[in-house]
Design a protein around this ligand. Structure first.
Ligand code: PHE
Length: 359
């Protein structure tokens, strides 16, 4: 198209440069894909392109203007090259994004992150209970789940043929050594955490305060409130002049903390356990808030307890008559159920995420 111009002075030439600049920039800016961009590049900056056509005409320019026009052309080429490169980058980027979108990949989407697990509700409740008792000066101790007949029964004043054994039938473990009739070598899955009391006292002298959480086993039919395995928290406090009043105070303090702001009532009934005298059972009743009416729930048995029996001190090797102590065994599942309003104990072991996710 420039051939139609008659070339002479630098003004005309500058006008041509301006027209080229405008046309080239428009073509580059409007290129909507790589092919069109390449076409525009060849048309303007290609070897036989319009830019070079202009350069070829340079000799016709007067000497005075040559330097000026030369600089103008140089800077125009730089500008156009830069513009084309930017457009190239933009189009390639667009292409990648379209491809990702077609493949269903959205790179702007936030990363999924890791699904972090959390503690089981029973573990959470156990740790809370431990914290509260620790704040009252109790230490936490543990004992074996596979226990000997001796620690589970005999040392706790439950000799063979005692009816209490029938209430706590369990799973016995075949042990070749048990051919010899020695209750220390007969093995079973512990039916309660009370054997830890004797194990601890054998090795430690009073005064002492311990709690012992752990899993226990019973051979029984399962239903909404019974499982063949469950958890207890054993407690034992031994010292001088310990009485049921101390036991009551410790329980009251514990429940007040455990149920936090909820109103809780406690009731003590006589109960029988061969390893305490007197023995008691502890019930609690919670204030239930429903539709702005507050109402006390029914009584729930949450613990067996009592004053340590002299026979237990004897088994532990303590001098007779020198010490008093109280002991208790709380059901962990019971407390967790009351705490969270769960009505079926089997849910704890169901591995059902719909249940577990709620804690
Ligand atoms: N070990 C008893 C049970 O499992 C509970 C208990 C513990 C009772 C300590 C009195 C003292 O039923």
């Amino acid at each position: 198209m420039f051939d139609t111009f008659y070339m002479s002075g630098s003004e005309n030439f500058e006008e041509k440069i301006n027209i080229l600049e405008k046309g080239a920039k428009e073509a580059v800016n409007q290129a909507s894909d790589l092919a069109r961009l390449e076409k525009a590049r060849v048309k303007y900056l290609g070897r036989k392109g319009e830019f070079n056509n202009l350069v070829k005409e340079l000799p016709k320019i007067s000497e005075d203007s040559k330097a000026h026009i030369g600089r103008r052309l140089n800077s125009l080429r730089n500008d156009l090259e830069k513009l084309i490169n930017e457009k190239l980058f933009e189009l390639k980027d667009k292409l990648i994004k379209e491809k990702l979108q077609k493949e269903g990949i959205d790179i702007t989407k936030p990363a999924k992150g890791f699904a972090l697990g959390h503690l089981h509700p029973l573990t959470k409740v156990e740790r809370r209970i431990e914290d509260i008792f620790q704040s009252m000066g109790f230490s936490i101790v543990f004992g074996p789940e596979i226990e000997s007949e001796y620690y589970n029964f005999d040392a706790l004043n439950i000799p063979k043929e005692h009816p209490a054994r029938e209430m706590q039938d369990t799973f016995w473990i075949k042990n070749p050594k048990s051919e010899i009739l020695n209750p220390k070598s007969h093995l079973l899955l512990r039916t309660h955490t009370s054997p830890i009391e004797v194990r601890f006292m054998e090795k430690n002298n009073p005064p002492l305060r311990i709690i012992a959480p752990g899993r226990v086993y019973r051979r029984e039919a399962t239903d909404a409130s019974h499982e063949i395995q469950f958890h207890q928290i054993e407690g034992l406090m031994v010292g001088k002049n310990i009485s049921l009043a101390n036991l009551k105070a410790v329980f009251e303090e514990f429940f007040k903390n455990f149920f936090d702001k909820r109103q809780v009532e406690m009731r003590i009934r006589p109960g029988y356990f061969p390893f305490v005298e007197p023995g008691i059972e502890v019930d609690i009743r919670l204030n239930q808030m429903s539709n702005s009416k507050s109402q006390m729930s029914k009584w729930f048995e949450v613990a067996g307890a009592g004053m340590t029996h002299p026979k237990v001190f004897e088994a532990a090797g303590y001098a007779p008559g020198e010490w008093q102590g109280f002991a208790f065994g709380m059901g962990l599942e019971r407390l967790a159920m009351l705490c969270y309003g769960i009505n079926d104990i089997r849910l704890f072991y169901s591995s059902d995420f719909r249940f577990l996710k709620q804690f």
